[in-house]
Ligand binder design. Structure first.
Ligand code: ADP
Ligand code: MG
Length: 262
């Protein structure tokens, strides 16, 4: 079982879109759990889970009540992908953030939860955790439990800033936790080869000594079909396998595997 957490400090760069679509590909290769720890719950909505259902159990129940995984995990929400399960989120997770402030070892709750329920979690080949932008206590739970953190950058003026800020902040936290750096990859999303900014940004990352080794060679193109994956509740490999964005994410999965991340 490998745990991968997707992060950066900037919103709207494609973290959730990458998590969702990479998960679609992985679900054809093994068993995967996607875990939404973002109160916005975009990943949960992408899979078609009804996050407003009165009886739904979510990440909030895990963090506040230690609810057992068998009660929280939603099995196969996408019918074409039997091997994909989800722990969903909802807006209530905002309150949880406040409740955690005074809790001891508050950054380790998810880590200990997985350890305490390892028999359950070991059924998965991968656990893919989607965060929201920033360094909240809940996000830190995801970053800390991850074997690998994968950063995502879009193409915009301040995209690199989001990546560098994340790297700076997390490396400082790692010193506090006496842990080794687990940031392992950087993926560029929304690439448009016609724009000079796209090419300039790739060059910038290639020439940046802190980031060049993290850079995944394959970039994800900007495609309307990628937007549709959320509305259709189906990852791109199910929705339109011939789309070049699907082929790109397949290649990215291969690169991540070669690097020992997947
Ligand atoms: N490769 C892409 N091509 C086109 N639209 C994309 C692509 N990646 C993400 N988007 C769109 O950009 C918006 C933000 O993406 P999202 O994954 O929600 O970002 P984040 O999780 O980082 O906040 C969404 O509307 C999504 O559909
Ligand atoms: Mg998101």
């Amino acid at each position: 079982m490998k745990i991968i957490c997707i992060g950066t400090t900037k919103g709207g760069v494609g973290k959730t879109t990458l998590t969702f679509n990479l998960a679609g590909i992985l679900a054809k290769m093994g068993k995967i759990l996607i875990w939404d720890i973002d109160p916005q719950a975009n990943l949960s909505c992408n899979t078609g889970v009804n996050i407003m259902h009165p009886n739904i159990k979510t990440t909030k129940d895990i963090l506040e009540k230690n609810t057992p995984p068998a009660e929280v995990v939603i099995r196969s929400p996408i019918k074409e992908l039997e091997n994909l399960d989800i722990i969903s989120s909802n807006l209530g997770l905002h309150e949880t953030e406040m409740l955690l402030v005074n809790r001891s070892a508050r950054e380790f709750i998810i880590k200990y939860y997985i350890e305490d329920n390892i028999d359950f979690f070991e059924q998965y080949d991968w656990i893919l955790i989607d965060t929201n932008p920033g360094m909240t206590v809940i996000n830190q739970n995801g970053f800390l439990v991850a074997d690998s953190i994968v950063l995502v950058s879009d193409i915009s003026d301040n995209a690199a800033q989001g990546v560098e800020q994340f790297q700076y902040m997390w490396q400082n936290r790692l010193k506090d936790f006496r842990m080794r750096d687990n940031i392992k990859a950087l993926i560029i999303n929304n690439f448009d080869k016609r724009t000079s900014l796209s090419n300039e940004l790739v060059e910038y990352y290639k020439n940046n000594e802190d980031l060049t080794n993290l850079l995944i060679k394959t970039v994800i193109p900007s495609r309307v079909k990628m937007k549709e994956t959320a509305l259709e509740h189906k990852p791109i490999n199910i929705l339109d396998a011939n789309c070049d964005a699907n082929l790109a994410i397949q290649k990215i999965a291969k690169e991540l595997e070669e690097r020992g991340i997947l």
